[in-house]
Design a binder for this molecule. Structure first.
Ligand code: F6P
Length: 764
């Protein structure tokens, strides 16, 4: 640094001195030129006024008059004098001071006489620099001799020397000032911020601050660099944690699942192959808002769960490109690398028309299958036109999958959810060598309930094209197998939980989905420096004062039991009035599928219900319910999870529900109470939650009281046990088990496959 400063100073001095001297040189040259032309001008005026008198005296033959004339010009400022010569160059008259030096005519005079016109030049008389102006003396056209006006110009040199001296001091002052100012600017705007940036990076590297924290304002000029460094620090921290974890696991002989273990597992299992995930919802949506292109992570349990899997194995995720700016960022094959900040896998976007989205997504999937599978008392709507779009879009996605796996040997395809029941068979028909699994993220109802779907046979048949079908829990598997038994011709093997249909075997298994939790607090320490005691600050931010806080995080969906939850809070405050003014429930509600009337109305109902209850109880700075009606990022939700005394998950029916698991993962302090609906898949694993029937308002109200009054030791024991469950059954295990199971499936023999394909083509 010191060497750098010396170099900088020396270069500055040399540079400024060089530039300044260059300018000064031209300035001096100009000054010299001006002084010289001043002398020339003055001599010219004098010469021209004198030559007339000289000519008159010469013509009158008056030598006396000529001598008198020349004597008048001695001793004037810098004027040495004048001299008159005859035609042969002999001196006729001269100012006495010049008598000795100008005995013979100087060259300008000789030239003026010979050429007959004025001559002027700077010459030396001995050592003295002079200017001589020579004029011809005439009688009519005849040149009789020459007149010389002689000026001492030694003062010009003195003057120039003076200018050089002044210039030297000016350059010196300039160099000093410019170097000083430059050094101050460099210190304030470059070395200072660099030093601060270095301190910040060191804090990042040593884990004193989180890489998820925003880059501080004083590092604004380094923002792009700082972001890259933060990403690098994150990767480093992950690598370090993974290595530590690995060592710890080896030491403890545990069989815990981590991102790294999954990645190794996938590499071994997939061999040279590649993992392809297909879902309707994409993990990143690009939203164009005027000039800004925002990246949005949709509020989806499926996205929360699958993103870490794709990050771990660099696969390809094929999904509907639903953002209005999505098309702007894809390549010619509709692909891009994500996550945008730290690309690790490929996202292939599939485009749908408005009509397709309306019929397939809003219509058949979400007005038909969604209420059909969630027994939540909203009537499913089945329209033939929607069914047609559902089939078309399943075919469209099949085409995209086939394109992606075209040159991949033995690809592994994980289809997601109820949007793509037909995909497994469609893919297998074209690529029998592909291993295809479908994971159904929502419940599978009993056969009677499923039976109201007019196209149940086609749906079940489509699913049975898969080699493996996954549900969250065993009872969904059982319901599915019973449905298969009733709907299509097949052999259900209850011993091995598989179905044999048209010589193709499909395994049916429970894989409880989860979150990316490894229990490694250092790795998961993304609390933005949030302190558990910051609850009141969090509440103040919402404009509320309360001693106790509850949290709920949901898409605003009628299956989530949000209204029932609000009624339970009302009942709790009614029954236990001492909590009025003290307990506030924060409901984060992401508007969802609002294009569907039922969802649109529900959003208004939830808002109105919160308002009604608030109106009934609120007072001063307290109110019972804060409804935050917008999608929040995981980072925004995290502080609420950490600050809450309890988390309410009251789904009327839910495949799994990851909010319950996210809440526990966030509780490094091993505090907080989870109140969980017994109708969620999560309730099978999280037995230490306070399990409730969300339809039973009184029971939920009691659970709220029990949670708020639970002893800290009891809370700790429960949270500890549940964190252990989700640590051991995390998303890496889910993916590892699912893919291992899929890779172990014995594919039909190649000749059989060709035979089957031929048979299908001839039937078609
Ligand atoms: O549970 C089914 C599911 O696909 C979840 O993965 C997710 O939480 C939710 O539905 C998202 O719904 P959508 O993609 O329609 O917004």
């Amino acid at each position: 640094m010191r060497l750098l400063s010396v170099r900088l100073i020396v270069s500055l001095i040399l540079g400024i001195a060089l530039v300044s001297s260059g300018f000064s040189y031209y300035e001096v040259l100009g000054e010299k030129r001006a002084l010289r032309s001043d002398v020339e001008r003055r001599d010219e005026i004098l010469g021209e006024s004198l030559v007339g008198n000289v000519e008159r005296s010469w013509n009158a033959g008056s030598d006396k008059e000529l001598k008198r004339l020349v004597q008048r010009f001695g001793n004037r400022e810098h004027l040495l004098g004048v001299a008159i010569y005859d035609r042969q160059g002999a001196l006729v008259a001269v100012t006495p001071e010049l008598e000795k030096t100008l005995t013979v005519s100087p060259p300008p005079v000789t030239q003026a006489i010979t050429l007959g016109h004025e001559e002027s030049s700077f010459v030396r008389l001995g050592t003295l620099p002079v200017h001589i102006l020579a004029l011809p003396i005439r009688r009519q056209d005849e040149v009789l001799g020459g007149l010389a006006v002689v000026h001492d110009v030694s003062y010009i040199r003195a003057q120039i020397l003076l200018v050089w001296r002044q210039t030297f001091f000016r350059v010196l002052a300039q160099v000093f000032l410019i170097v000083l100012i430059t050094l101050l600017i460099v210190r304030w705007s470059i070395t200072g911020p660099i030093a601060r940036a270095a301190l910040w990076m060191r804090a990042l590297r040593t884990g004193k601050i989180s890489f998820r924290q925003e880059v501080p304002d004083h590092l604004d000029m380094f923002r792009p660099l700082a972001r890259e460094v933060a990403t690098m620090a994150e990767s480093l921290s992950h690598a370090r944690n993974a290595a530590e974890n690995e060592a710890r696991l080896r030491e403890a002989g545990e069989s815990m699942w981590t991102a790294d273990r999954l990645s190794v597992q996938l590499r071994t299992r997939l061999d040279d192959s590649h993992l392809f995930v297909v879902s309707n919802r994409e993990p990143y949506m690009h939203q164009r808002n005027g000039k800004v292109l925002d990246v949005v992570v949709p509020p989806s349990g499926l996205v929360t769960a699958l993103e870490p899997v794709l990050n771990a194995c660099d696969g390809t995720w094929i999904a509907h490109g639903s953002g209005n700016g999505d098309a702007e960022v894809v390549d010619a094959h509709d692909r891009l690398r994500v996550p945008p900040e730290d690309p690790r896998y490929s996202l292939r976007r599939v485009w749908l028309t408005k009509e397709e989205e309306e019929g397939y997504y809003y219509g058949f999937a979400n007005e038909g299958l969604w209420p059909l599978c969630h027994i939540a008392h909203t009537r499913p709507l089945f329209r033939a036109a929607d069914w047609q779009y559902y089939q078309d879009v399943n075919r469209k996605f099949t085409a995209a999958v086939l394109e992606e796996i075209e040159n991949v040997a033995k690809p592994v395809v994980l289809v997601q959810d109820y949007h793509f029941a037909l995909l497994p068979r469609l893919i297998k028909e074209k690529r029998p060598d592909a291993r295809v699994a479908i994971f159904w993220h929502i419940p599978w109802p009993n056969p009677e309930a499923f039976g109201i779907c007019p196209w149940q046979r086609q749906l079940v048949d489509g699913l049975l094209g898969a080699d493996l079908i996954g549900f969250h829990i065993q009872s969904h598997c059982n319901n599915f197998l019973q449905t298969v038994d009733r709907v299509v011709e097949s052999r259900v093997d209850w011993e091995h939980f598989s179905v044999l249909r048209q010589d193709h075997r499909t395994m049916v298994r429970p894989f409880p989905i989860s979150v990316a939790f490894t229990g490694d607090d250092a790795a998961e320490n993304n609390n933005h420096g949030f302190n558990y005691l910051d609850r009141s600050a969090l509440m103040r931010g919402l404009g509320v004062e309360a001693t106790f806080m509850g949290i709920g995080v949901d898409r605003v969906d009628y299956t989530k039991g949000i209204l029932e939850r609000f009624l339970a809070i009302e009942r709790f405050l009614e029954k236990y009035p001492s909590y009025q003014g003290k307990f506030t429930f924060v409901q984060i509600g992401a508007p969802s599928r609002t294009h569907i009337k039922r969802y649109h109305d529900l959003l208004a109902e939830v808002e109105a219900e919160a308002e009604r209850i608030n109106w009934r109880f609120q007072g001063g700075k307290w109110k019972p319910i804060v409804f935050l009606k917008r999608q929040h990022s995981h980072q925004e939700i995290e502080p609420y999870y950490r600050a809450a005394d309890l988390c309410l998950v009251t789904s009327l029916h839910d495949g799994m529900n990851l909010v319950a698991k996210e809440f526990l993962a966030a509780r490094q302090d091993e505090q907080g109470v989870l109140i969980l609906s017994q109708f969620t898949g999560a309730a099978r694993e999280l037995r230490d939650a306070l399990l409730v029937n969300p339809y039973d308002i009184d029971q939920t109200a009691e659970a709220i009281r029990a949670a708020l009054e639970m002893e800290p030791e009891d809370k700790q024991l429960r949270v500890q046990r549940m964190r252990k469950v989700i640590k051991e059954h995390n998303i890496y295990r889910w993916a590892g088990n699912l893919i291992t199971e899929l890779c172990e499936v014995r594919l039909d023999a190649p000749e059989d496959m060709q035979e089957k394909s031929r048979a299908r083509v001839s039937v078609a």
